[in-house]
Design a protein around this ligand. Structure first.
Ligand code: GLC
Length: 446
């Protein structure tokens, strides 16, 4: 490791250990003290480089929150010194399917777990790896089965999400556009019309800690809480939720990540000589083919799709590029996505990769998932680019990513125009994936 990376590595370890709550690593001690699904996966991918035991605990404890039907919730609540009431927003115990003795949310997040399991496995000696895989495989299988059984009711090969929080990109434009156009509930519309935002702002926890310009817009935040309340009323029962035609979108990012996770699931099962259930294998194969249904030939982008109408939501975002990470698209399609990455009016910013194209009406350099560059999406795209053979682009994105972090700190996200950090400081996945990126740069064969 060069000296800069050596220093960065130590600072990243420090961020992770200061966010270590023993049961899990908090994404950010002040802002997000609980355990989040995909955060824990990215965190484990970093921690595995220096503490395999801790990385395994991160994943095992996340899986403690798994529901009886296989769902892995996006948040597992632990007794943190404050914010324990957050669990009451969800009241997971109202569902008979929630786990006993542990409070969770009632929705999921991108299925990154198999990726983290394999990445940990890569570091373990064979016997221990097999043991590790054997222990987690049944839980992973039941999670992936749940995704298809519960979230692909028409057997389309694409799974649907019922809340933007499930995509991990909370205020992503296609979802927020859909919400604003069709679904703002009366009381959120009243707040909007009467311009009561300042009063609500006063009550918001996140904007008390982070400048409002770097967080979700208040109307968007209220709309997200409103859908959450409606899901709770249906006890998180997907059938009931769909029969009331609440929001349902087959998100392109979520499905791309699932496809990648499916291929890891095959790897894990093969290594321990377990045959996956036939129905699951056939759904997994179907997803690879169906991703193509999200392709739009005119704009040369992949888009999320409305579950009911099958209409593509033609607003490009970083999620439109995640099919690169899926590994399921052709090299020709990958090349088109690379063109978008290299386009100065789209994703080629000085601090890559913006979460919406620079020329988009939605673009706002510090507004959460509506502009800033995030390290987890960079990490997935770098990984995809390498698997498609675009090494020099992967190298240059890796370099700007690690340079930015070394200069600005381990922020939650970064202004793509000037590299300044925004959102929460000392953010765990930024630290963890920084470690993974420098380790790969230093040691990986090209
Ligand atoms: C925000 C992010 C989400 C993340 C969570 C915890 O809600 O949008 O992706 O998992 O914070 O860090």
């Amino acid at each position: 490791m060069n000296t800069r990376h050596e220093l960065g590595f130590r600072s990243a370890q420090h961020v992770l250990s200061s966010n270590d709550m023993k049961t899990h690593t908090a994404p950010s001690k002040d802002l997000y003290p609980h355990q989040w699904l995909w955060d824990s996966c990215f965190i484990a991918i970093g921690i595995r480089h220096y503490n395999l035991e801790r990385a395994m605990t991160e994943i095992n404890n996340l899986l403690d929150g798994q529901w009886k039907d296989g769902m892995v919730p996006n948040i597992v609540f632990r007794k943190s010194n404050f914010l324990i009431n957050d669990a009451n927003i969800w009241k997971s115990w109202i569902s008979p399917l929630s786990p006993k003795g542990i409070k969770t949310s009632g929705i999921t997040q991108p299925a990154m777990i198999a990726e983290a399991v394999v990445k940990i496995g890569e570091k373990l000696p064979e016997t221990q790896r097999k043991l590790w895989y054997k222990n987690v495989l049944p839980k992973l299988v039941s999670y992936h089965e749940w995704l298809y059984n519960d979230r692909d009711p028409h057997d389309e090969g694409l799974v649907l999400q019922i809340h933007p929080w499930e995509t991990g990109l909370d205020n992503s434009p296609p979802w927020m556009g859909d919400l604003h156009d069709h679904r703002l509930t009366w009381w959120v519309s009243v707040v909007k019309a009467l311009n009561l935002k300042p009063i609500i702002n006063y009550l918001r926890r996140d904007t008390n800690k982070i400048p409002a310009g770097e967080r979700i817009d208040t109307i968007d935040a209220l709309a997200l809480y409103d859908i959450q309340k409606r899901l709770r009323r249906k006890k998180y029962d997907t059938k009931k939720i769909l029969s009331h035609s609440l929001l349902a979108i087959e998100d392109v990012g979520f499905n791309s990540i699932l496809i990648r996770a499916n291929s890891h699931l095959n790897t894990i099962a093969a290594e321990v000589n377990v045959k996956l259930p036939i129905t699951l294998s056939s759904s997994m194969a179907k997803s690879v083919r169906q991703l193509e249904k999200l392709w739009d030939e005119d704009s040369k982008y992949y888009y999320s799709r409305n579950f009911t109408t099958h209409e593509l939501l033609k607003t490009p975002t970083i999620a439109s590029l995640l099919p690169l990470y899926s590994g399921a698209i052709s090299k020709t399609r990958a090349r088109y996505l690379v063109n978008h990455l290299k386009n100065d009016n789209e994703f080629n910013s000085s601090t890559p990769i913006p979460s919406t194209p620079l020329g988009s009406d939605w673009f706002s350099p510090t507004k959460y998932w509506q502009g800033p560059s995030w390290i987890n999406t960079n990490w997935m795209i770098i990984d995809g680019l390498r698997r498609y053979g675009f090494h020099s682009l992967a190298d240059s994105i890796t370099k700007s990513t690690t340079d930015t972090i070394e200069l600005s700190g381990f922020y939650e996200y970064f202004n793509p125009l000037n590299g300044e950090g925004a959102g929460a400081p000392n953010f765990s996945w930024t630290a963890a994936l920084y470690i993974d990126l420098i380790k790969n740069t230093d040691y990986a064969p090209k």
